[in-house]
Design a protein around this ligand. Structure first.
Ligand code: PEP
Length: 255
């Protein structure tokens, strides 16, 4: 059985006191309605990782960072290494988010280096892929997503993929309130499994957790999560309020 997962990408939101308040509310909600099959992960900004780790002590909620640098250490002002992330208590890291690809010009070579370094340092990777609206309208979704998987995961072995979760996030659905229909998302998720098998082998596609991301909200989560190849969600806007994040987690439990 594949692991179900609901991960929250807080992006550039929440000061440390706000972050501690939010996780306390999520924790309290999960104590009232415990989850059995869903792995819950929160990804606050770097600045809040340590305080959130403290606030999560004794809970099963996982902690992740939103980015890392591709070198182990050195003169890279402003960057954060895999070891630094691990030292905060975080065990996950998001790589390849479309906002990093777009605003920070991260290409497949950078993303591949980041994924390799994260895995080398024992971090689990949430690897984001997805097409723009223009690409979808030109019928290029599968080419784009297939190429991202091929290049971003280049050189990885089936063994490495145990520590990678793929998140399919159509760029046109992120933060726009516009979401893929469950059928549109399902089609790409099934394609991702096939491509992973073709690229990596050993039938890894069937075993991998694949999340959907892009304006997932309490009112559309159940439909998306009911699809056979959608194992969970990477949630942006709706994870910033405990009440909506908890509702999405419960939708995963019921799926
Ligand atoms: C995201 O940033 O990963 C995301 C899916 O954001 P939103 O849910 O706000 O579209």
């Amino acid at each position: 059985m594949r692991q179900k997962m609901i991960a929250g990408n807080w992006k550039m939101h929440k000061t440390n006191p706000e972050a501690v308040r939010l996780v306390a509310q999520i924790r309290a909600g999960l104590e009232k309605n415990p989850v059995r099959k869903t792995r819950v992960v929160v990804c606050p900004p770097f600045t809040a990782l340590s305080v959130v780790h403290q606030a999560l002590k004794g809970s099963k909620i996982g902690l992740g960072a939103q980015n890392l640098f591709w070198e182990e250490e050195g003169a890279y002002t402003g960057e954060v290494s895999a070891r630094m992330i691990k030292s905060t208590g975080a065990r996950y890291v998001i790589v390849g988010h479309s906002e990093r690809r777009r605003y920070f010009k991260e290409d497949e070579h950078i993303i591949n280096k980041k994924i390799r370094l994260a895995l080398k340092n024992g971090l689990k990777v949430i690897h984001c892929v997805g097409e723009t609206l223009e690409e979808r309208e030109q019928n290029l979704t599968k080419d784009i997503v297939g190429n991202q998987l091929e290049w971003d995961l280049n050189g990885l072995a089936p063994e490495d993929l145990k520590n990678v979760v793929v998140a399919y996030e159509p760029v046109w659905a992120i933060g726009t309130g516009r979401t893929a229909t469950p059928e549109q998302a399902q089609e790409v998720h099934a394609f991702i499994r096939d491509i992973l098998d073709a690229l990596i082998g050993d039938q890894v596609g069937a075993r991998m957790t694949i999340l959907y991301g892009g304006s997932v909200k309490p009112n559309n989560a159940a439909g998306l999560l009911a699809q056979p190849d959608i194992d969970g969600a990477l949630v942006g806007g709706a994870c910033l309020k405990a009440s909506s994040f908890l509702k999405i987690i419960q939708a995963s439990e019921k799926s």
